[in-house]
Ligand binder design. Structure first.
Ligand SMILES: Nc1nc2c(ncn2[C@@H]2O[C@H](COP(=O)(O)OP(=O)(O)O)[C@@H](O)[C@H]2O)c(=O)[nH]1
Ligand SMILES: [Mg+2]
Length: 322
């Protein structure tokens, strides 16, 4: 069992590792305890630079995230990592990525790593991600790095929670440039062409440049393109520098506050869904529920009225039905 929310919250705010870990378990589960904890933590967020990292499987995201965490550490900063992998309930990332983590990152109290897996409910993953990055931010990490696989709806939602979105490509994974046309181009703040030790990296950069030039209006922020060899930890400082430049841009243009509002909205939206789900579950337990449904079927009650009654949570579902 976890402690009471205020106790956990105090320890989380102090950055205590075990408390952070417990808090993540609480918020991933959702429900009233999670909401109370998040409420306590939320005013203490806003310090971390939250970076979303996305791209096709195998491009080197996990290797990059590990390297970025270590590069941040070398600069005296701390990093929390959330790996979102719907396909894998136990680990995020490839074996090598996890091995690097085991050897380097997790031995260091300045780096914290957590995997999130889908629990199959709609929005569950983005809610858990929003809550998890709130915990890591509140606990004082300088960077929060969120790695997601692919570009499904929940991945796009999760990326919308990040201040800076990094889209990773690698030469030779031919569908990349095509794949990023589907919604990803718009959300990218930074492109990384990884595996620059392989042939074709220059061509990928050229294709990206051409694509960015095609954008109808010149955007206020043109995503820079950084080439890296994550496996050799080359180019990682440049990524950190570009991310810092992007944060300064967000700060100066007021966009940072907008993103924070969006993040809070995601938490509120999910609290609403949770509350609705609880009311519906309670209504279905009501002894009059079956009779209320029969009345709707017979046309003596309308469905909208019954729905309103469910949302009010007043019970007595069959009251007034004869
Ligand atoms: N040649 C080369 N291989 C790399 C590089 N970065 C990562 N890899 C390898 O690519 C594979 C997939 O890496 P991973 O980080 O798990 O990719 P992810 O699926 O995007 O998270 C692993 O075998 C890595 O060792 C790189 O810069 N060059
Ligand atoms: Mg990975």
């Amino acid at each position: 069992m976890t402690g009471t929310p205020p106790l956990v919250a105090a320890e989380v705010l102090a950055g205590q590792r075990r408390a952070v870990s417990r808090a993540l378990t609480v918020v991933e589960r959702g429900g009233p305890e999670a909401e109370a904890l998040l409420q306590t933590l939320l005013p203490h967020t806003g310090h971390a630079h939250v970076v979303g990292i996305t791209g096709a499987p195998g491009v080197g995201k996990s290797t990059l995230v590990d390297g970025l965490a270590l590069a941040a550490r070398a600069q005296g900063q701390t990093a929390g990592i959330i790996a979102v992998d719907p396909s894998s309930p136990f680990t995020g990332g490839a074996i090598l990525g996890d091995r690097i983590r085991m050897q380097d990152a997790t031995m260091d109290p300045g780096v914290f790593m957590r995997s999130l897996a889908s629990r199959g409910q709609t929005g569950g993953l983005s809610r858990a991600a929003a809550a998890s990055l709130t915990v890591l931010d509140a606990s004082g990490f300088d960077w929060v790095l969120v790695e997601t696989v692919g570009a499904g709806q929940s991945e796009i939602e999760i990326m919308a929670l990040a201040e800076s979105v990094m889209v990773v490509l690698a030469p030779g994974l031919g569908d990349d440039i095509q794949a990023i046309k589907a919604g990803i181009l718009e959300i990218a703040d930074l492109f990384v062409v990884n595996k620059a030790d392989r042939p074709g990296a220059d061509a990928s950069v050229r294709e990206l440049r051409a694509m960015l030039r095609l954008a109808a209006d010149p955007p206020p922020w043109t995503p820079p393109i950084v080439t890296t060899v994550a496996a050799e930890r080359r180019g990682l400082e440049q990524i950190l520098a570009e991310l810092a430049r992007h944060r300064a841009f967000l700060e100066e243009t007021g966009r940072r506050a907008d993103r924070r509002t969006h993040q809070v909205e995601t938490l509120v939206r999910q609290a609403v869904w949770d509350a609705v789900a609880r009311r519906l579950a309670a209504a279905r337990e009501d002894p009059g529920w079956a009779r209320a449904l029969t009345a709707v079927a017979a046309g003596t009650r309308d469905a909208t009225g019954l729905a309103d009654q469910v949302l009010r949570g007043a019970g007595g579902m069959a009251d007034g039905i004869h």
